[in-house]
Design a protein around this ligand. Structure first.
Ligand SMILES: [Ca+2]
Ligand SMILES: [Ca+2]
Ligand SMILES: [Ca+2]
Length: 385
């Protein structure tokens, strides 16, 4: 579909089929299909006119989607930018000041559509490979992107599960910031394993994000795991962090709420790192793969203003499936205090009916959820009881 749309601009994008049976939705809410026809949709961003941008790293493109009649189904679609190498891992996006900014493995660009056909006609590379570590050594290649108060923020994840090297030995496991023209590179925070999206907490300048924590933490003790993996299944938790300038977040030596990573119990500096670590504001189930997130600023969902939604893509490193859901993290006085499952894509604990990669708030206050396995974007809205 990509090449035809790139010539024609907006095209009809299906009719909005039903939601697969068996997906659980919290009482009082309804889930519908918002976008169909995009294979492996990953991240979501909204524009000022209600348009939805969907990044698809596997196809090396970003789609623009429009819901012209406001019924919640995005019936028009065009290829905003396309033709990128899938290995360039185009994922993070944010609309800012008339441009869609987007991140690739070793590049940040901005593009805009001047004539309203959904296809970008102007593009500027803001940060090239000389400015961002390329991630050539593999591992965690998703680049987060945030534009806030004249700065660009991105994160470069650990190249392995838990790379033990001096903090300043590499540019990985860190959040970086730059001026909007790509100059003035600064290290913002360190000890961050893999945070794929940042969000500003409403009414503040606070930068938040979800961090996957390490895999296989108990395997040295669990041996051949004939008796399962009682430690690894439940440890360490996934993290919702508030990232502050100069902050250190523990990885790889410290996990969760200042617990030693069992892989590094004999590390001579373990206690020093524990003392430095800023612990998560909220912890989620181990291996749930909390991925994309957004804060809620709408009024469609009662009482949710200031809460966060997290897309939990689901586990591979736990013997029982965990995650595979959209969760709502409840906030009070600027801090989380609870978590609610809103949509569960796991039926009976075993059957995977979707893998949420990201979530975003639509113009009408509903929540959009990308499912990169079911190949849909869903829409969650409050219906009333
Ligand atoms: Ca529509
Ligand atoms: Ca255009
Ligand atoms: Ca941490």
């Amino acid at each position: 579909m990509g090449s035809a749309l790139a010539v024609l601009g907006f095209a009809f994008a299906g009719s909005g089929a039903g939601v697969p049976e068996g997906i659980w939705v919290r009482d009082g809410y309804e889930l519908t299909v918002a976008v169909e026809g995009i294979k492996t949709p990953r991240f979501l961003a909204t524009g000022p006119d209600g348009e939805l941008f969907v990044s698809v790293p596997a196809q090396g493109c970003i789609y623009t989607c429009r819901d012209g009649d406001g019924d919640g189904f995005y019936e028009k679609m065009a290829t905003f930018v396309g033709g990128r190498d899938p290995k360039s891992v185009l994922q993070g996006m944010q609309f800012h000041d008339g441009w869609l900014w987007f991140a690739q493995l070793n590049q940040v660009s901005r593009a805009r559509d001047g004539d309203g056909d959904g296809i970008a006609d102007e593009e500027v590379v803001v940060l090239g490979p000389e400015a961002i570590p390329t991630g050539k050594n593999g591992g965690h290649m998703w680049r987060a992107l945030l534009i806030h108060k004249g700065r660009i923020y991105t994160h470069v994840g650990d190249q392995t599960n838990a790379t033990d090297e001096p903090i300043d030995a590499s540019e990985r496991k860190k959040i970086w910031s730059f001026a909007l023209d790509g100059t003035d590179k600064r290290q913002f925070a360190s000890g961050v394993r893999n945070t794929e999206k940042f969000a500003i907490r409403p009414g503040t300048d606070e930068i938040w994000g979800v961090d996957h924590d390490v895999d296989m933490m108990g395997w040295q003790m669990e041996g051949d795991r004939q008796n399962g993996q009682p430690i690894t299944d439940h440890n360490p938790p996934a993290e919702l962090n508030h990232y502050v300038a100069g902050g250190f977040y523990g990885h790889p030596w410290i996990v969760g709420k200042a617990q030693p990573n069992l892989l590094f119990l004999d590390h001579p500096e373990l206690m020093k790192f524990a003392g430095m670590t800023i612990i998560p504001e909220w912890t989620m189930a181990a291996h749930c793969a909390g991925n994309g997130m957004c804060f809620y600023t709408g009024d469609q969902i009662p009482g949710a203003h200031g809460d966060a939604f997290v897309a939990q893509r689901g586990s591979w490193n736990a013997t029982q499936k965990v995650g595979y859901c959209l969760s709502r993290i409840l906030f009070e006085d600027g801090h989380p205090y609870g978590e609610q499952k809103m949509v569960n894509f796991l039926r009976a604990g075993t059957e995977v009916l979707g893998r949420p990669a990201d979530c975003a708030q639509a113009a009408d206050g509903s929540i959009l959820i990308s499912d990169d396995t079911g190949n849909r974007v869903y829409r969650l809205r409050y219906r009333g009881r």
